[in-house]
Design a protein around this ligand. Structure first.
Ligand code: ADP
Ligand code: MG
Length: 583
């Protein structure tokens, strides 16, 4: 998977190329200084001290201090620079990811799932950030210290280097075992964490139902179970990492002991100086730490790469809403329903490409006409809206607006024609005014008028701050009917060509509902309206009513026609009018 992902990342790395090169140069200097210090020390002990020249000792001591200062300052500067560039790159990645997500087709979003998209935006970009910064911080330093250390020790004393080389396999073994284990445990921990987040989400969003059904005890048990599993994996991860430090320290100390033992023999035989032995001890530690650093980079890298893969999956998701070419002349065929504003022709659709969620739906609306859609839950009412707005493409059949196939209309142009209140829609945690305006830069007058049409004016003026009053997250400080009225105002405010109201008046009382429909008829005579409702009384006045069941049209006509012609419609009507079925 590596190369393609790296290619994707390269685009973000490039703008920081020079900056990163500078960082790596500083890192290089710092590493050289670190490598220099022990050999200067060896030189002082073995060659300068026997000369008994205080001035020379001070000079070389000064060189050591200088090396140390240069090492620290370059290292700190380079680390900061690494964080700056990694932060900048991550910001661009997050920016692109977010904007791609906002253009994902509804079907693609269904496939990714929302929680997964959220975690790609948050924890995956974090992992990539860690990878980018660590690579710069240790990626260059580690290998230089490792290779440089081995080369210097070889030139200083090949025999002692053998001790070092002999202990490397043990260290490698420990590192390999621990790394393998911890990567596995890490993966498991991630998935248990996902489970836990899911339980928390379900619990918090469903908290009222859970309380109402007195299931809090059960829910707590369910949470305790995932919590226990998570704690268990954390314990296991802990016990692995608990062994790792002492084990490597043990090998390090054994190695150091061996260096001292062998070194003592060499010094006794006059083949080496005590300074060399001391320098060796330093190099040994440097080399070992470099190795540990490099393995950590590998873990970081594999985690970061896995995350980068999840990010590129979203970034490179294909455009799924292709805009078909539109030919003005050829587009007009004799049967083209140009006199119609909105038209469905034999439309069938399935979300999961198994069973049809809509089958052979047709209707045609002239400008200004109202279509009422009614049917049991799950019968496909909202799906009609999803297709008309082109959140999904119809499987078969055609959807036309002004006689033009909607697949030939650019998405922004298409959606600009609509004012929509979705079923289960949200408000933003902003002022009422901003909720109605919704970033369209409407004037106060337009907003006020929309609020008036939606019969929201009255309760808004009762609020402290009126139009400027704050709406809480998800509109929790408003009643269901108040929320619906603000959403209706939002849909009306753009003076849309086509208005879609999906269960938009379900929380309004009958009187307000009737007043609202009257206002619609009076003030929006040219607006074509699709109105989905549960109550026949809301649809009674519509020009056409579409009766749906299981995605199929089982009745189409005016209220009177359906009353006369559809037994099913008649039954709903009787039930809602309080007559019941036994009549
Ligand atoms: P209604 O609005 O009439 O209550 P919908 O149009 O929302 O019904 O749904 C019609 C059918 O399509 C239902 O069976 C529902 O389960 C299914 N459905 C709706 N949305 C999706 C989706 N995103 N993925 C898969 N199936 C879906
Ligand atoms: Mg619905």
């Amino acid at each position: 998977m590596g190369t393609k992902i790296m290619k994707g990342l390269l685009k973000y790395i490039k703008p920081y190329g020079f900056y990163m090169l500078l960082t790596l140069c500083l890192k290089f200097i710092a590493a050289l200084m670190d490598l220099l210090i022990p050999s200067v020390l060896a030189r002082i002990i073995d060659e300068i001290v026997p000369l008994r020249d205080i001035r020379l000792i001070f000079t070389w001591g000064g060189v050591m201090i200088l090396c140390a200062i240069v090492s620290v300052t370059t290292n700190v500067t380079a680390n900061r620079m690494a964080e700056v560039s990694a932060g900048g790159m991550t910001r661009s990645i997050r920016h692109d990811l977010f904007s791609r997500i906002t253009y994902l087709g509804a079907g693609q979003l269904d496939d990714f799932t929302i929680p997964s998209v959220v975690s790609r935006l948050t924890s995956d970009t974090y992992n990539v950030n860690r990878m980018l910064s660590r690579m710069q911080r240790i990626g260059v330093r580690g290998p230089i210290l490792l290779i440089g250390g081995i080369v210097i020790t070889m030139t200083m004393d090949p025999k002692l280097t053998l001790v070092l080389v002999a202990s490397l396999p043990f260290i490698l073994l420990i590192v390999a075992v621990i790394t393998g284990k911890s990567v596995k445990i890490y993966e498991r921990q991630q998935s248990v964490l996902d489970d836990m987040v899911r339980v928390i989400r379900e619990n918090i969003t469903g908290v009222r139902v859970i309380r109402a059904l007195s299931k809090t005890g059960y829910e707590r048990e369910r949470f305790d179970r995932v919590n226990e599993t998570l704690a268990e994996t954390e314990r296991r991860a802990g016990s692995v990492s608990a062994a790792s430090n002492p084990a490597t320290t043990l090998v390090l100390n054994l190695g150091l002991t061996m260096v001292i033992l062998v070194g003592a023999l060499l010094v006794q035989k006059g083949e080496s100086g005590p300074g060399t032995i001391i320098a060796f001890l330093s190099y040994f530690t440097i080399i070992l730490n470099a190795m540990l650093g490099i393995t950590r980079i590998f873990i970081m890298f594999s985690k970061g790469l896995a995350s980068a893969k999840r990010i590129t999956e979203v970034l490179e998701a294909p455009e799924d809403m292709e805009i078909l070419p539109y030919e003005e002349e050829n587009g007009k065929n004799p049967s083209s329903g140009e006199e119609y504003h909105v038209e469905f022709r034999n439309v069938s659709f399935s979300y999961l490409h198994r069973k049809n969620n809509l089958t052979n739906i047709s209707f045609s609306l002239k400008k200004g006409e109202v279509l009422g859609i009614i049917g049991p839950t799950g019968s496909g009412k909202s799906t009609i809206v999803n297709l008309l707005l082109r959140f999904y493409d119809a499987g078969e059949g055609e959807i036309l607006i002004n006689g033009r196939d909607i697949r030939t209309i650019p998405l922004t142009d298409l959606r600009q024609k609509f004012g929509v209140v979705f079923q289960n829609d949200y408000l933003m945690a902003e002022s009422i005014e901003k909720n109605i305006d919704y970033f369209r830069g409407l004037s106060g007058k337009e907003i006020g008028k929309a609020a008036e049409m939606a019969l929201a004016k009255e309760f808004i003026s009762g609020k402290e701050g009126e139009m400027g009053a704050d709406v809480a997250v998800r509109g929790n400080n408003l009643s269901g009917g108040q929320k619906q009225r603000i959403m209706i105002a939002r849909a009306l405010a753009g003076e849309p060509e086509i208005l879609i109201l999906d269960d938009a008046s379900s929380a309004l009382d009958y009187r307000t509902d009737a007043l609202f429909r009257k206002a619609l008829g009076e003030h929006f005579p040219d607006t074509t309206i699709l109105m989905i409702a549960q109550r026949i009384s809301s649809l009674q006045g519509a020009d056409h009513i579409l009766l749906l069941e299981d995605g199929e049209c089982i009745g189409y006509g005016t209220h009177e026609e359906l009353l006369a012609g559809s037994k099913f419609y008649r039954q709903i009507y009787d039930l809602q009018m309080g007559g019941g079925l036994t009549q």
